[in-house]
Ligand binder design. Sequence first.
Ligand code: 8IG
Length: 277
Amino acid sequence: MTHGAEFDLADPRTDPAAVARAAADVLAQRTGAARHDIALVLGSGWKPAAELLGEADAEIDNTDVPGFAAAAVEGHSGTIRSIPLADGRRVLVYGTRTHFYEGRGVRSVVHAVRTAAAAGCSTIVLTNGCGGLRPEWAPGTPVLIRDHINLTATSPLEGATFVDLTDVYTPRLRDLAREIDPSLDEGVYVQFPGPHYETPAEVQMARVIGGDLVGMSTTLEAIAAREAGMDVLGISLVTNPATGISPTPLDHQEVIEAGQAAAQRCGDLLARIVDRI
Ligand code: 8IG
């Protein structure tokens, strides 16, 4: 399905809020649910974990929803799923995200977040796969995002929109996650523009400025979510030590196995968090 020029986020005359409303309308139609309550964005390594949330009763191709681009990373287009919870609430699960490095513009990067808000979600859980700056974080360690440093040199907010970012990652949700899993560490996530990985000198810089995690997503989405008034929980899955952190070169097989081993822990964590939000 194609959509008209009025839904082209790359056109500066387009109102992103109107595209988000149109997208939310399509989701309501296609899921048969007037509203959703919690949104979940799945990053690298989180797909198997999300299976543990429950069974989706609707699955929609990104390309059928206004403003969504076909997935750039995977071979197939991304999908959006709707999972009903036992208590009547619904979770909107985004199987892919648009990354800043795709060059589609920041509006496209945060469109899923704005669509979730327009669909009624008051909480969004942003997950990602990232590099870890602390040697004690083995591949496969989930870490709560306590705060972020946005190194993209841009913002999803347009015009004189001054949004307070004191508590971007809602303290109550972080407390809840740690109640469920007291062994969870917290860290500061540094978003680099990508798509190249960091040099060792850039990883050192990230440490010096207060970072614990390095990746290519999440911060712009979190800002847009706060603008929309949503509570935000950010969880990173450390899939590799950042360049120069580990004395031994990265073993890709090790990373894959660590990710698979983490799926059960991350899935349990997600399911128990969503249950108690
Ligand atoms: I998975 O080491 C993953 N994504 N910037 N650095 C950055 N992004 C990442 C990394 C990493 N690992």
